[in-house]
Design a protein around this ligand. Structure first.
Ligand code: ADP
Length: 488
């Protein structure tokens, strides 16, 4: 048998609050835990009723039912909210059992055991708050979230089942339901295992998989990480607007750079290319006016020829500048007509024959009457003139510039081939742009601006064509312009 003091010791060491009352509810014993929880000492509560602990939280009916149960000889258990001596509220799981006389005929008292559940309740409440918070974040997240279950084969993850997906994921993947779908059926790239292998990183000791991919016309950013117990979380962000913005920024940066180059080019043309021919013209003109009588007719002829050459170059430069300013202002719009290429080349040759003859360069027109392109006539003339002019400029005396065509699938290739000095491979790349095109002097020191090929490319493209160059230094160059063949 347990002795009385042993029982008191055992009850004192119990984690639960224990108190014993007489049949009318008068407290006869409370354990140490009671003293600790409620702040009353034993002597204070002995002889009092448990009602001293009432918090006012429960209704009268609650206490009536409790009392009816235990006074009928039954045990009662339930959650109870009480108040300590200092007024603090405690939540307790309470068990009350009646104590019977030896012959079980009457109730001699009651024994109540209570366990403080305030902490547990608080934790539960916190957990509920967190769950609600998670739900709110999950559903309102601007990022698509998918909760996944691993599907393994021979220990390796091969795919996932979608357990949950939020609203944003529905918007991104443009589908209403994900539940029990395989991730591979949702994604555009079906090779999930391959993606994971390729994009594995370790962050804070955990495996994380991050990659970008195109799906349904959008650029998506993915981040996959473990949640423990064969579960993973996949975050999906639609970065298309960001990518678009970046490409717009890049475009406007390139445009600004181009404008800056344009500005530099204009200043360099004004400072150099326009100034020096005028200096030459003014110099020769004053020589002519001052010494007309003392100069021999050969000298006079030479001076007049120089003035004519320089004026010719300056006129071409002004023409190029005018065309360029039109193209910069968006005023160049092609009017496609039937263009007889043989006629155009003949017209250009006529214009450049004198220059070619001076260098003893043959101009050969191998184009047939049947070669008719669909393009703007003035633009084609501008392009061909530039190419033939360059051919003459960069070919040494005795050489030739030949124009011929090839037809292919509704297109005509116009080739302008010279036997000149050729172009270094490094220079060929940027030859049709303003930035990559450095003008060099011709074989007879002819000056240039570096505008001709850039403008020619712009015009070719406006006429739905292409321009390209093949060249070997020392052997010559061949420029090809591809234009649509006229079918009307
Ligand atoms: P420009 O002839 O006024 O300098 P272009 O844009 O027509 O301007 O040509 C740019 C440069 O490309 C030339 O200065 C020259 O260095 C090179 N180039 C063009 N055509 C030829 C060619 N047929 N042979 C050799 N170099 C050429």
């Amino acid at each position: 048998m347990i002795k009385g003091q042993q029982l008191v010791n055992a009850l004192d060491n119990s984690e639960g609050v224990v108190f014993i009352t007489e049949a009318d509810g008068t407290i006869v014993f409370v354990n140490k835990t009671f003293e600790k929880v409620y702040g009353y000492n034993r002597d204070e509560v002995r002889g009092k009723k448990p009602s001293i602990l009432k918090s006012g939280f429960h209704s009268r009916q609650f206490y009536d039912e409790l009392w009816q149960t235990i006074s009928a000889g039954k045990s009662w258990s339930g959650d109870m909210v009480n108040r300590t001596k200092s007024g603090e509220i405690v939540s307790e799981k309470t068990f009350i059992s009646p104590v019977f006389s030896d012959d079980d005929s009457t109730i001699t008292g009651y024994i109540a055991v209570k366990f403080n559940i305030s902490e547990r309740k608080k934790l539960k409440e916190q957990l509920e708050i967190r769950e609600q918070l998670f739900e709110k974040l999950f559903e309102n997240s601007p990022v698509g979230i998918l909760i996944l279950d691993d599907i393994k084969s021979e220990g390796e993850i091969i795919d996932f089942t979608v357990e949950r997906a939020n609203l944003k994921a529905s918007v991104i993947f443009n589908r209403l339901s994900f539940i029990d779908q395989r991730l591979s059926s949702v994604m555009c790239n079906k090779n999930i295992a391959g993606l994971m292998k390729e994009h594995k990183t370790v962050q804070h000791g955990e495996e994380v998989y991050e990659w970008e991919d195109m799906c349904k016309g959008k650029v998506l950013e993915f981040k996959l990480f473990g949640l423990g117990r064969n579960k993973k979380c996949l975050l999906v962000t639609d970065i298309s607007p960001k990518v678009k913005m970046e490409s717009r920024l890049k475009e406007s940066e390139a445009r600004l750079r181009e404008l800056n180059e344009t500005k530099d080019k204009i200043f360099s043309i004004i400072a150099h290319d326009l100034r020096s021919p005028f200096q030459t013209i003014i110099g020769f003109a004053s020589l002519l006016s001052d010494g007309m009588d003392s100069c021999s007719s050969t000298e006079l002829k030479k001076m007049a020829a120089q003035i004519s050459d320089v004026s010719e170059q300056t006129y071409k430069l002004l023409e190029d500048l005018l065309t360029w300013s039109k193209s910069q202002l968006g005023q160049l719009s092609p009017v496609p007509v039937k263009v007889n290429l043989k006629e155009i080349v003949e017209k250009v040759f006529c214009h450049l024959r004198q220059q070619a003859d001076k260098k003893n360069i043959s101009l050969i027109n191998d184009i047939s009457e049947a070669d008719v392109a669909k393009a703007d006539k003035d633009m084609v003339e501008f392009i061909v003139r530039n190419l033939v002019h360059n051919g003459v400029k960069f070919t040494t005396p005795g050489g030739e510039v030949r124009c011929f065509t090839e037809r292919e699938d509704g297109y005509i290739r116009i080739r302008v081939k010279d036997t000149g000095i050729g172009i270094q491979p490094a220079k060929q790349k940027g030859i049709f742009s303003l930035s990559g095109n450095l003008s060099t002097k011709g074989t007879s020191e002819e000056a240039g601006t570096g505008l001709g090929l850039m403008l020619s490319r712009e015009m070719v493209e406006m006429n739905n064509g292409r321009i390209a160059v093949e060249s070997e230094p020392g052997k010559g160059s061949c420029f090809t312009v591809v234009l649509p063949e006229a079918t009307f």
